[in-house]
Design a protein around this ligand. Structure first.
Ligand SMILES: Nc1ncnc2c1ncn2[C@@H]1O[C@H](COP(=O)(O)OP(=O)(O)OP(=O)(O)O)[C@@H](O)[C@H]1O
Length: 228
């Protein structure tokens, strides 16, 4: 059988922050519908890799290909459009807007994409429901538990129907029960919608939810792990 074509592929990425070489020739592929865990020690370059793959940061060298497009050289307007339409991101501390209710937080990307407020709120409500936090829709982030906030963040990331969700330590601030609930909801929804997930974690129990795991060491991935 021929090898599946990757949805997103990084080749030989290098990226320095000042004098720190965060990535030193990292290559990785994400396939359509795949949940890929990127693990590695603190400082090994995981977040930098995610930022390059999501088109948030441009690598110093190497390529990032998404479908037919080269993200590393794409003009900023098209890159922002892709980030809005095709990518969703979730970080360790949710990054919900504190002044907005959970419902309005989840509705915001839909409104930015052109939906009217009422329609966006209705669709956002359905996404909160999927993640088991519809009852918390009127609460502000400060009134949510860590796990609830992360589930709202996931609802917000998935509401626009992205092809890829980038999750950077989405359970890093949670206890094991909340972590399990967040990961179960994420995996279930990704499977149902065919969304690919790039999951960064230092937790082996979280990585076990993925289809495949690659490990970054000092800014590179071992060749055997690249083609696994
Ligand atoms: N904005 C920045 N300015 C300076 N150095 C940075 C910056 N971002 C990252 N670094 C450095 O680059 C290296 C890789 O960082 P990165 O955050 O990608 O690693 P990580 O594996 O995600 O780490 P952690 O698990 O601790 O979040 C580290 O040495 C870090 O200190």
């Amino acid at each position: 059988m021929s090898k599946p074509v990757p949805l997103l592929a990084a080749r030989d990425l290098t990226k320095a922050h000042g004098r720190t070489e965060a990535l030193r020739g990292a290559s990785v592929e994400l396939r359509a519908g795949e949940i890929l865990a990127v693990t590695g020690a603190s400082g090994s370059g995981k977040s930098t890799l995610l930022h390059c793959l999501a088109g948030i940061v441009r690598p110093d060298a190497g390529s990032v290909t998404y479908g037919e497009e080269r993200l590393d050289t794409l003009p900023e307007p098209r890159l922002s459009e892709l980030r809005r339409t095709d990518f969703g991101v979730v970080f360790q501390f949710g990054q919900l807007i504190p002044e907005l209710t959970a419902l309005d937080n989840a509705a915001l990307p839909l409104m930015l994409g052109g939906a009217g407020r009422k329609d966006a709120q209705q669709r956002a409500g359905e996404w909160l429901e999927r993640f088991g936090v519809r009852g918390q829709g009127d609460l502000r982030p400060g009134e949510l538990s860590g796990g609830q906030a992360q589930r709202v963040a996931l609802a917000r990331a998935l509401a626009t129907g992205p092809k890829v969700v980038f999750a950077d330590e989405p359970t890093g601030a949670l206890d094991s029960l909340a972590s399990e609930q967040v990961m179960t909801a994420l995996v279930h929804t990704a499977r149902e919608t065919g969304t690919s997930v790039l999951l960064i974690t230092h937790d082996a129990q979280v990585a076990a939810y993925a289809d495949r795991e690659v490990r970054l060491t000092d800014g590179t991935l071992a060749p055997s792990e690249v083609s696994a």
